[in-house]
Structure formats: C-alpha cells, structure tokens
Write a protein that binds this ligand. Sequence first.
Ligand code: UDX
Ligand code: ADP
Length: 459
Amino acid sequence: MKVKNICCIGAGYVGGPTMAVIAQKNPEIKVTIVDINEERINAWNDSDLSKLPIYEPGLAEIIKDTRGKNLFFSTEIDEAIDRSEMIFISVNTPTKTYGKGKGQAADLKYIELCARNIAKVATTDKIVVEKSTLPVRTAEAVKSILDNTGNGINFHILSNPEFLAEGTAIEDLLNPDRVLIGGESEEAIDSLAMVYNSWVPEDQILRTNIWSSELSKLTANAFLAQRVSSINAISELCEHTEANVDEVARAIGMDSRIGPKFLKASVGFGGSCFQKDILSLVYIARNYNLNEVADYWEQVIIMNDHQKRRFSDNLIKTLYNTVSGKKIALLGWAFKKDTNDTRESAAIYVADHLLNEQAQISVYDPKVPKQKVYADLNYLNTRSEKENETNVAVENSPYDAIDGAHAIAIMTEWDEFRNYDWEEIYNKMKKPAFVFDGRNILDKNKINKIGFKYYSIGQ
Ligand code: UDX
Ligand code: ADP
C-alpha cells in the first residue's frame, strides 16, 4: 500500500528533523507532526526560522521548503491520527524518576498514552511505527493496548528506530548507514520501506523481526557509548604515564578492525540517549536475572560518571584546592556541538559540583538560552533556584563570561571556541590564568605560549 498521509506524534529532536526529511523526499505524502506542547508547535510554525524549537544545521532550509506544502505542525492530534494510514510514535522515553525501576527503566507512560489515544480515535486500519527508542518487547505492550481498547480495526506495529545523531541529524537522515524496519507484516514493512525508498537504496533497508529491531537500537547506542568510556578510561591512564590519549586513539583507530570514530576522549558523554539506553539495557538484563550482563554494561555509565567527576576534581585541585568565591567560566553548555540540546550534558554536572564548592559560575553557549541553563540546574534540586540565580551568570558573549575569571572550562567542542582571540582572553583573566579543555580542541603550544596554564584530557 502506498501511504498518502503520515502523522507523527512528538515534535522533538527526533520527530521534527525525521519528518522534515520524509516530507521533503516524498512531496506526494502529507506529513503532519502533532504535539501536546502548544508552545513547541507554535515555535515550529514561527515565520522567523531562527525561532524553530531545535537547532540543527540544514533543518531550517528544509522547513522553509516544505512547511505549509506537505509538512504541517499542529496540536490537533486526534484529527491527524484518524486521517493518516501511518502513525509514527516519536515521544520522549526518559529514565523513570519514580517507583519500580526508578533511575534505570525507561518511562513508557508517554508511549502508552499515545497508544491509547490512537486506539480511541482510529476508525480505519493503521500502521503504527515506533520511532522512539524503546526497551525490547515494548511493541507487545503497544499491540495489546491497541487491540484491546481499539474500535475493532487492524493495527500493524513496526519498529523503525532512528539512528540520527544530533548536530548532524539532517546529514544522517539524508545519508543513513542503514534504515532498520522490524515487524511481522510484510505488507506493512513494504509500505514503510517505500517511504524511505524515495532516497534510500533498497539494499540499505534492513528488515528484521520486531524484537531484533528494538534491541538493535539499544545495542548500537551501548556500543557507541562503550567506545567513549573505553577511551576515557585510557585517558586517565595516559595522564599518569605521559602517553597522549589523542595519539593513542589515532594509533588504534588506524586498525581497520577498530576504526577511527567515537574515540575522542572528553569530559564525558551526554545526550538523551546513551545513558538512558544503557540503563534500560541494564534494567532489562537484571529482570532476566542476567547479572553479569547487567554489570558489564553498567560499568560504561560508572566510567562516564567518574570522568565528569574527575574533570571537576582536577580543576579544584589545580586551583590550589579551593574554588570558593572564584569565577569559573564554562564555555559550552550543550552536550555536543551544533545542537541546542542540553540533556545529560556533562556541563550540568561539572557546574553542579563546582557550585557545591562555592564557585561563581559564568556560562556562555552559542545556542543554549539562559532559561535552559537555570532549568537544568534547578532540575537537579541540589540547591534553591535563588542560589542558582545568584551564583550562576549566563552571558551572551564569551568575552563577558571570561572577564575576571580564574579559570575556563571548555565543556562543548563548538568550532568558534578555537578561533577566539585567546590573547585578549588571557589579558582579561585573573593570573595565573587556567584553561581546562574538556574536549581537547585548543592548540596546546599556542595556548601555553600566551601564558595560560593549560590542562587537557589524557595528556
Ligand atoms: C547518539 C547516537 O550516535 C545516535 O545514533 C542515536 O540515534 C542517538 O544517540 P547523539 O547522542 O545525538 O547520538 O550524539 P553522539 O554524537 O552519539 O554523541 C553522544 C555523546 O558522546 C556526546 O556528548 C559527545 O560529545 C560524546 N562523544 C562522542 C565523545 O565524548 N567522544 C566521541 O568520540 C564521540
Ligand atoms: P526526542 O529527543 O525523543 O525527540 P523530545 O523530548 O525532544 O524527545 O520530543 C518528544 C516530544 O513528544 C515532546 O515535544 C513532547 O511534548 C511530545 N509528547 C509527549 N507525549 C505526547 C503525547 N501523548 N502526545 C503528543 N505529544 C507528546
């Protein structure tokens, strides 16, 4: 069956870019993205494209091309569901913050609400596509809700996990390594494959059973995160042995069996996926009593927490064991460059630790708004909102953020940080002027020559 109308529930970092590309490549399909968050939908509909709710290179151009033609953003959820033959569920699945599985299991309440909503309003057969990352066997629950609460129509469930990385979402969507579709109904799989066929060659569309598809997504993220934790573990060893972690990464990355990607030592990985998905994997393994499997993957998170903590401990130790009353400038708040997403960003945890030690924090990030920085810190509940406001300043210019600072901590690898006038920065800081480069992006020799005391990861 050739699909004519697609509805996507969830206008977030996954739903937004993915549907934009599907709409651009399938001008004959009407794509409607719906969300319960009216403010978000309004931002997607804003005529000023710089106000789109998410920042991704190349996204605004696609929205400009497609919005109002065959791509629509709306809060009329029920209507969009009933009109569409294919419905993507692309809502958030955060780690549970309450009850059984707290801190580990994925919270599926948003998924369940979507399934119930689809069942309630659908009057014709639907293909329901899981786009959000979900624990293996979630499709079973979705199917059960649809079949038991629906209006007696047919639902086909497909798992079609999204592998895009933020910051390169459009590039990843346009040139995916593979598109994965898991399901039982060949016909439903074909319908979805046809949507992708508009730009993805058939041999890159991988068809599996639904459980393999769900588990592959968790596994891919776990493997990627594991590589980062592995190189970060080696970075600590490098600091004690005079080896240089970037040189080690280069040397091992040239082994074609290892490969060069995801070997960049850093202050620790962040983002909405890695930690959540590994925790979910660990939780599932423990549920099956597979404790060795669970412990093995849990170590990836333990190492990541250690790396973030080690970074701030080292900063405090180097600043003569106290940062109380000292101004520390954090350059970057996003969890990686080219995104305004801050979920699980290492910067949040480093700032929180330094605030516990009574530092005065100033933050500059080219894409993250002031309110987001405060919201992230307030969410931790470590101190009052008032205290966060008093002790954290969020600046619109990097030069204001570093003015009079004792130390700079580079949290995100934004390209612009490399090109700053580091001489001017040096002149505006307290001496000795320290730079802690959590992303190893600055030229060590140049920075040392200016007079900075420079510390990087694994060197
Ligand atoms: C990840 C997966 O890459 C993607 O396929 C999946 O769909 C969602 O999760 P994302 O979290 O958006 O994507 O970004 P990614 O590029 O994977 O980076 C995750 C974190 O790891 C970032 O904080 C990044 O800075 C860090 N990282 C990545 C490193 O510290 N070193 C590296 O070598 C690579
Ligand atoms: P992701 O990174 O997975 O895209 P986001 O949090 O960016 O996650 O986006 C998920 C979106 O899903 C949010 O905008 C949220 O408002 C929306 N959402 C959650 N539950 C529902 C629901 N039941 N119906 C419609 N939209 C929902």
